[in-house]
Design a protein around this ligand. Sequence first.
Ligand SMILES: [Mn+2]
Length: 343
Amino acid sequence: MKPSVARTSPRITVGLAAEIDPDVRGWLGLLAEVRSWVVCPHMRPDADTLGSSLALAALLRELGCRVVVVCADPVLDRYGFMPGADEVVVGHLPDNLPAATGVITLDAADLDRLGVLASQLKRLHPFVNLDHHVSNQHFGSHNWIDLASAATGELVYMLYDHFGVQIEREAAGALYAALVTDTGFFRYPSTTARTLAIASALVATGIDFPGIIAAIYEQQAPGAVKLAGMALAALRLEAGGKVAWTSISLDMFERAGAVEDDAEGIVEELRKIATVEVLYILRESADGNVRVSLRSKHDHDVNAVARRFGGGGHRQAAGCVIEDGLANAEERLRQAVLELLNE
Ligand SMILES: [Mn+2]
């Protein structure tokens, strides 16, 4: 008779602490030494910045720290399943913070990404900057910028490992959301064996991952789907089909009955076109600026294009804001992308 194999392994230990850069490991003790932290996701928070922040807040509390999560913008309903999502302080710092309070920002490549909180947060020390963007400006007193991570959520999981704390199911769900969204369901080339090992460990905690996916991707208002239809119908191709782009005007938002957040993710649809190498979407914003999301399917560096307009991100996913009218922004960006292709 064969020896029986245990069918349930409630927790998988991944052993990732050793992968943390030794210079970073040298100062990580700080996270447990400072007794009060402000944890800050970037403005207009997405699943990676928010899931990472809330899971990190849970870890710091396990370590005995006092923690408040503060964000420039409100948390979208779809992230309500994340632990502490309803306790995020929006738009200002609480005024009863202990004197020796440090700050940790997650997934924010520069101080501008902290929105209205940037100037207040700059006064806190230590200032810990955890991120995975190549465009990160290393603005913290302590910076851990890991370009090998597909999501900032990976860094937070490595921190659990480093401190030897078992992650709770709810925090695991928040990190799973971070990984899934930043990797496009583990499709983008940024996905590594480590990403999947972490995802496996998170699933082993018993998270309801179909429920998490449904909460994020299947709760749209009809107007959001109409908006996507209008944007896709306005698709334009350049460079023999290597470039696909579209734009959304304020008028389209109104006709679809959609709000600005409904434009999130539409750019990904352009990825489906066989010939496409670079894809992007522009959207007119109520503040008079144009917001741009760029993606690259192969090796074209769209971060370089975003940087020309004061933005940034990753080689294959980046964004920027162009302070110009929609028609001008379309033309300026079109030229910049065509130049990228000719390089
Ligand atoms: Mn991210």
